[in-house]
Design a binder for this molecule. Structure first.
Ligand SMILES: Nc1ncnc2c1ncn2[C@@H]1O[C@H](COP(=O)(O)OP(=O)(O)OP(=O)(O)O)[C@@H](O)[C@H]1O
Length: 261
């Protein structure tokens, strides 16, 4: 599946937020969206999926403009994983994950055997079967985030859209989430669009990056080219040092904020 936005512009009432946004994400590609607080990253996710309407510009799935698609067909291809904070309800993990099947169910239909099976398989794939009977309200942020990703997988999506999936998580859980996204993209060809506050994470998992700047401009391209010292300085008003090194034959890059500019 190819997901594409062409010349998207959006504002809340008179306040212009997004200008001339254009990007393409292909099969198995990961796109990270970066930019300072309040610049419009969540708004962008909502606009590109049609939850908010672009003022001008369009989103396309395989060249079909998304407003021309049936809702159900769109939500069978694209799974949205919202921010985990505040998303907890008193469901068990298994019930929460089964809810992901709603795009496949009729309005009043109850989940059946097949839906439970899809939920159990998704939980196994993400490694959260052990949480099966635990209430979402009693989970840690990391556990809930993993459950929400499992829920998204129950529809066998072509693309995941994740809003700051690794925010509020400790080192280990951040790595688990990042490696899960990487594994799904590389092994299963599931593409991902990920909002993140961590340029380092974007460099680790992304093929492409979209950097939203406070002056309304944006930069889209290969992640390693977009996330450079000059662009970080312009977008965040922070001088960074980008360090490239290898450990046990694997390449890593760290992005260290040095000082404000
Ligand atoms: N429903 C709304 N009505 C009016 N303004 C809004 C609404 N939602 C968000 N905004 C404003 O639009 C701007 C972009 O918000 P958005 O949540 O998209 O930013 P963000 O980049 O995701 O921020 P953060 O990194 O802090 O999560 C902000 O100035 C915000 O206050």
């Amino acid at each position: 599946m190819i997901f594409r936005v062409e010349n998207g512009c959006f504002g809340y009432k008179e306040k212009q937020i997004l200008k001339s946004i254009s990007f393409t994400v292909g099969d198995g590609e990961v796109l990270s969206v970066l930019g300072s607080n309040g610049v419009g990253k969540t708004t962008l996710l909502k606009c590109m999926m049609g939850l908010l309407k672009w003022n001008s510009g369009h989103s396309y799935v395989d060249d079909q403009e998304i407003s021309q698609m049936k809702h159900k067909d769109f939500w069978k291809k694209i799974a949205y994983v919202p921010q985990a904070k505040g998303a907890a309800f008193g469901y068990s993990a298994l019930d929460m994950v089964t809810l992901g099947r709603s795009a496949h169910l009729g309005t009043f239909a109850q989940p059946g055997k097949e839906d439970r099976k899809a939920a159990e398989e998704a939980m196994e794939e993400i490694g959260v079967t052990y949480l099966r009977d635990k209430l979402c309200t009693e989970m840690s942020g990391g556990e809930l985030q993993m459950v929400l990703i499992a829920r998204a997988l129950t529809i066998f999506p072509s693309m995941l859209v994740l809003d700051e999936p690794e925010s509020n998580l400790d080192f280990k859980n951040q790595l688990i989430i990042l490696e899960t996204i990487q594994k799904l993209s590389k092994n299963r060809g599931i593409s991902a669009i990920v909002n993140t506050h961590y340029p380092e994470h974007a460099l680790k998992i992304s093929d492409k990056a979209l950097l939203l700047n406070q002056d309304g401009t944006n930069i889209f391209g290969d992640a390693a080219e977009v996330i450079n010292v000059e662009n970080m300085r312009h977008s965040f008003s922070v001088q960074v040092h980008i360090n490239q090194f290898s450990v046990d034959g694997r390449e890593y890059r760290s992005v260290v904020p040095l000082h404000l500019v």
